[in-house]
Design a protein around this ligand. Structure first.
Ligand code: SF4
Length: 245
């Protein structure tokens, strides 16, 4: 179910026209996991931000997540069993994959997504690649095929800063699509196509004073909010959605 049609245009230096890189090794490179958020998809969901993106959209809010080094490197099966347990304990009904580019690490994330699906939880994924390209690559890449098969809801297409989308939740530009790949979120996708929706922003302040943000707000709105909280913008671990904003 297509809300808008993706254009499939990447930024300078983008590898968008090429297949997602075949990463060596089985480990997942990731930056952050939260067991429950209401700002990254339908309902209450776990979310994982992966490290590394070869799409490189101009204006991306998460350029610090482009590099394919650093962050954390772990076995995906170990992560999956831990994250499913944490998500269930937090009352989440699904998982959202964002970053970074999830399909650059399709093999490892397929293992994670399949574990969530096996546990009866839904899976949402963001990708800077368009669905038609992912489907073409799936014929040759088992990991891409597995991750697509384990995805219920896909937000796809590169972020185009000159086409901002203010009508729909979660995605950042008008070229991007919100697609129900299975019936699980089909009613929600239909509702968004009909009525649009609003974005949400979550600010977490830990006991040591660290501030982390996820969800979506304009730079101006975020600056106003942080100013009200008395937080310096350069001290915030901003993890706004990577594949769409
Ligand atoms: S918006 Fe997403 S796909 Fe585009 S460069 Fe940023 S992380 Fe990569």
């Amino acid at each position: 179910m297509i809300v808008t049609q993706s254009l499939g245009v990447g930024g300078e230096g983008s590898l968008l026209g090429a297949a997602p890189p075949a990463r060596g090794g089985a480990a997942l490179r990731w930056s952050r996991f939260v067991p429950a958020t209401a700002a990254e998809g339908p309902g209450l969901r776990a979310a994982v931000w992966v490290q590394g993106c070869s799409v490189r959209c101009p204006g991306c809010f998460n350029p610090h997540m482009w590099a394919e080094r650093g962050a954390l490197l772990d076995d995906p099966a170990d992560l999956a069993s831990r994250w499913v347990e944490d998500a269930r304990a937090a009352g989440a009904e699904g998982l959202t994959l964002l970053g970074g580019e999830p399909f650059d690490q399709a093999d490892a994330l397929a293992t994670v997504a399949e574990a969530f699906r096996d546990a009866g939880l839904g899976v949402m994924a963001f990708s800077g690649y368009t669905l038609d390209r992912l489907q073409a690559w799936a014929a040759e890449r088992d990991g891409v095929a597995r991750l697509l098969a384990a995805t219920d809801l896909l937000c796809d297409g590169p972020y185009l800063a000159d086409l901002p989308d203010t009508r729909r939740p979660w995605i950042g530009s008008q070229n991007q699509s919100i697609r129900a790949l299975t019936p699980r979120y089909a009613a929600e996708v239909d509702r968004i196509a009909r009525d649009g929706g609003r974005d949400a922003l979550e600010v977490r302040i830990s006991a040591d004073g660290a501030v982390a943000v996820n969800g979506w707000a304009t730079d101006a709105a975020l600056a106003d909010l942080l100013d009200d909280l008395g937080v310096r913008g350069d001290r915030v671990a901003s993890m706004r959605k990577g594949t769409s904003r």
